[in-house]
Design a protein. Structure first.
Length: 370
């Protein structure tokens, strides 16, 4: 690229900005960035791609910059998180506005297992018909009574620790697929991709091969160690729905195993907003340890702390406890975890450091390193 444009990312070390910065770098842009947290999980990828990172935020960072890209995390109260919306109606309105931006051939692919999507379809029924939108639905459990142009029914065949297999039925056609991910939610996500690929004319055998060879992405129920049959997973989930889905997926693929959930709350406002929902989600584990919250953009706001001992009590006095110190958590895990157990470390802040520390100490305990 001649006369490279200079792009500077504020909040570059976050999970959203970092990948985009790497893409921009590889497309030929001159990329730099700044962040308050210089030890985030994604820093290594930025450094590997020769992207310069400055600590903090300063006007000097953007001298002679052509494009300033700002992470939503930088901009308070309009964050791209659930607290942005006042209620479910505002969420639905956002999706309706998004759908109404359809142009060209106008194809809408929807997951019928979402009750809110069903409500949106009925509210847009006349608009969809008038605009000639081709509406395609797919479902595992919940068929909607809606005049779809095409509809796909799905049957789950099996879930193992290595993959999920399922059958897709449409009219008189049936096809079996296997994806290298576990959990019903991943099957649902893959169905949206599958149908979009078919609509674009991708050969079905190519889709099958791609699904079978796809093993997921980092920090999404990522198996990062298997030490004497103690499996350690790293998971980015920091919302109760995601935590619950992850634990359900583990139960499905590892039936009968004892599951440890180590949870790092992400921001005080989210923890307060979903206090009871987090308790309900974490109850799905056999053993729960809650650690200190990662404050992120709320670090300098002097917000009232959350009583995490109370959260532990709601999960279960004999099941959960709050331990602030990472070293003490590791000691607890090493004293309790046995062969065959599952350890999941949840969080979007410093939790990845905790998961690596657990692995290091497990290796030492089991004599795998000196």
């Amino acid at each position: 690229m001649d006369n490279k444009k200079k792009v500077h990312f504020m909040g570059i070390c976050g999970s959203g900005a970092a990948p985009i910065a790497v893409i921009a770098k590889n497309m030929g842009f001159d990329v730099s960035g700044c962040d308050l947290n210089m030890s985030a999980y994604y820093n290594d990828a930025l450094v590997k791609n020769s992207i310069e990172i400055f600590k903090g935020h300063d006007l000097n960072h953007i001298q002679n910059v052509d494009i300033l890209a700002i992470s939503p995390a930088i901009l308070d109260i309009s964050p791209n998180h659930p607290e942005f919306f006042k209620d479910i109606n505002e969420v639905k309105d956002s999706f309706k506005n998004f759908i109404k931006k359809l142009k060209g051939s106008k194809i809408l692919i929807v997951n019928e297992d979402s009750a809110a999507i069903g409500e949106i379809l009925y509210e847009l029924k006349n608009w969809l018909k008038t605009e000639g939108v081709k509406v395609i639905g797919y479902y595992i459990n919940n068929k909607l009574e809606f005049p779809f142009n095409t509809e796909y029914r799905v049957k789950l065949n099996s879930n193992t620790p290595e993959y999920s297999s399922f059958k897709v039925i449409s009219e008189d056609k049936e096809n079996n697929f296997k994806i290298g991910l576990i959990g019903q939610h991943n099957v649902q996500n893959s169905l949206g991709v599958l149908i979009a690929a078919l609509e674009l004319g991708v050969d079905i055998d190519i889709i099958k091969n791609s699904f079978e060879n796809f093993k997921g992405i980092g920090r999404r129920l990522e198996l990062i160690a298997n030490i004497d049959e103690i499996k350690v997973f790293d998971d980015f989930a920091h919302h109760p729905t995601a935590v619950a889905i992850t634990l359900d997926s583990i139960r499905l693929s590892y039936p009968g195993k004892k599951v440890f959930a180590i949870f790092e709350p992400h921001q005080l406002s989210r923890t307060k907003l979903f206090f009871h929902e987090f308790a309900t989600a974490l109850k799905k584990a056999d053993r729960v340890i809650i650690t200190r919250p990662f404050l992120g953009r709320e670090a300098n706001k002097n917000l009232e702390p959350v009583d995490l001992d109370m959260l532990s009590d709601e999960i279960g006095i004999n099941k959960a406890e709050y331990i602030e110190n990472f070293d003490k958590i590791c000691e607890k895990i090493l004293s309790e975890a046995k062969n065959g157990d599952i350890i999941i470390v949840f969080g979007a802040g410093e939790s990845y450091k905790l998961s690596r520390k657990i692995i290091e100490l497990l290796n030492q305990k089991h004599g795998l390193v000196k």
